[in-house]
Ligand binder design. Structure first.
Ligand code: AHR
Length: 497
């Protein structure tokens, strides 16, 4: 059966650019994201690598047009001492990663390796400063070590000795992570005072280097935290405010990543839709203190979170990635695009082998997940002009509950091509959608779709291409009207020229 939906593009109101950083990623020292994921060891003869960094992952992340990568955490960041992980590898201090499973890490992947990875994939690095167990001095020295010109101090001398003479000029710096919980269990009032010390002393007094300093915001719908940060921190010391939101059904019963019911799927979609409200409500508070929208909302952790795969270390957060995750990604990215006046960056948690990954690895094998394909299909929106739209959508109803079934966003790229991304959350019904293109002069339509027979379908090491994009033919252009038949639980990106 079909339902009727209508979308109207308002091209005359187009004004904001979709910051490409909305398509960012997050890589933490957690499970096999870094070690035995991105980093396989510099003497690894079995898996092709450069200085230990896996080349097939580099290829995949480049193809995705990964714009920005956050590191080294997460909760891990608030225990991380960057000086333990520079210089000759054999002299680096091993640490216990007691945030994630108490495993030993030899620190062979450190600042140089991470920044080399970013150069290999053409992504901007985003470093998370240890506010929880570190010091202002340590943070200041990290900024100097990576950013200051040669000859300015023993820190830049040390950088040179360690093989890097040019500064990296890292722009994005997070100050603490989830400081209300794993980052130190602080109150908002306490956090802002700490934040101000870091934001003032790790840069020059007027931040003439132009660092983009990101403060910790809430990870729940606690808008009073946002209020405190926005009220107390002078705008000249703040460029970004981070929020986190995971689509988790229930923290004490998260359910399986692949063995889930339609009811669980529905709950996940409800949770994913909450992002819309969180973005709007945080923006409202920010508008009050920053009406010119100087400060960006940075959603630096988002994604689905389920029980770990059977037989894997519970602290490693390794989970499969199904069509359900593709739906989370399609919906969430549409939300970010539509709010790009305030949302300037987002980082999917996490890149490889952890939570909602884009890449899974097992020894020399690599799998691209359904989420990878959505991010790849959507990368046409990066740095494009947002075309505002209004949508009237039917509902997806299940067991007396309902959510909006269709989500959409649209943009126009530098060459004038229009892209519309559409998601049909409904697990049972296709959607007939008519799109009013308004003043757009359009002659042709083409598209790609991600769909599969079952919601639970995923890519495994045995069957790595079960879910992959295909050509989409169910869009027809009749003058200024586009009619689309969007299959149940599918993600489509249309290109209009
Ligand atoms: O992404 C996993 C963890 O989730 C991060 O370390 C933390 O910031 C959040 O609670």
């Amino acid at each position: 059966s079909f339902s009727q939906n209508r979308i109207t593009l308002d091209i005359a109101k187009a004004r904001d650019t979709i910051n490409k950083n909305i398509y960012g990623h997050f890589a933490e020292h957690l499970g096999h994201c870094i070690y035995d994921g991105i980093y396989v060891g510099a003497d690894n003869q079995k898996i092709p690598n450069r200085n230990g960094i896996r080349l097939d992952i580099v290829e995949a992340l480049k193809k995705l047009k990964t714009p920005v990568l956050r590191w080294p955490g997460g909760c891990f960041a608030d225990t991380y001492h960057w000086k333990d992980a520079i210089g000759p590898r054999e002299k680096r201090k091993a640490i216990e990663n007691f945030t994630w499973g108490g495993v030993r890490e030899d620190n062979s992947f450190g600042t140089h390796e991470f920044l080399e990875l970013c150069e290999m994939i053409n992504a901007e690095p985003y470093l998370a400063i240890n506010m929880g167990s570190g010091t202002v001095q340590e943070a200041m020295e990290w900024v100097q070590y990576v950013n200051h010109p040669n000859g300015t101090s023993h820190l830049t001398d040390l950088r040179q000795q360690n093989g890097r003479s040019k500064p990296w000029n890292v722009k994005y710096w997070g100050i603490g992570n989830e400081s209300w919980d794993c980052g130190g269990n602080m109150t908002a009032a306490y956090y802002v005072n700490e934040y101000k010390k870091y934001a003032t002393l790790a840069t020059s007094y007027n931040n003439s280097e132009g660092l983009y300093r990101i403060a910790v915001g809430p990870g729940t719908e606690d808008y009073s935290w946002t209020e405190t940060v926005m009220r107390e921190v002078p705008l000249k010391r703040l460029e970004g405010l981070s929020i986190h939101h995971y689509s988790v059904i229930n923290w004490s019963a998260k359910g399986s990543a692949t063995g889930f019911s339609e009811d669980e799927y529905f709950s996940t979609m409800e949770q994913a839709w909450r992002m819309e409200r969180m973005v709007k409500k945080n923006s409202e508070v920010m508008d009050k203190y920053d009406p010119s929208k100087k400060v960006g909302l940075v959603v630096d952790e988002w994604g689905g979170w389920y029980e770990v795969e059977k037989g894997t270390n519970p602290a490693f957060l390794y989970q499969q990635n199904s069509m359900r995750d593709a739906m989370i990604a399609g919906l969430t990215l549409n939300i970010f695009n539509n709010h790009c006046d305030r949302v300037r960056m987002a980082n999917l948690a996490q890149t490889v082998n952890v939570l909602q990954s884009v890449v899974l690895t097992k020894e020399e094998k690599l799998v691209l997940t359904p989420t990878y394909h959505v991010m790849e299909m959507y990368n046409v929106h990066q740095d494009a002009l947002l075309l505002p739209l209004t949508i009237s959508s039917s509902n997806y109803e299940l067991n007396g509950k309902k959510i909006q079934a269709v989500s959409a966003s649209a943009s126009k790229d530098r060459n004038g091509a229009i892209h519309i991304s559409l998601v049909n959350m409904d697990a049972g019904k296709a959607q007939e959608i008519s799109i009013d293109l308004g003043s757009a002069a359009v002659k042709t339509v083409s598209g790609r779709i991600l769909q599969s027979a079952q919601l639970q379908d995923h890519n495994s090491f045995e069957n790595p291409e079960k879910v992959k994009p295909a050509e989409f033919r169910k869009a027809a252009l009749k003058g200024k009207e586009l009619s689309v038949n969007l299959p149940a639980f599918s993600v489509v990106v249309l290109e209009l020229k």
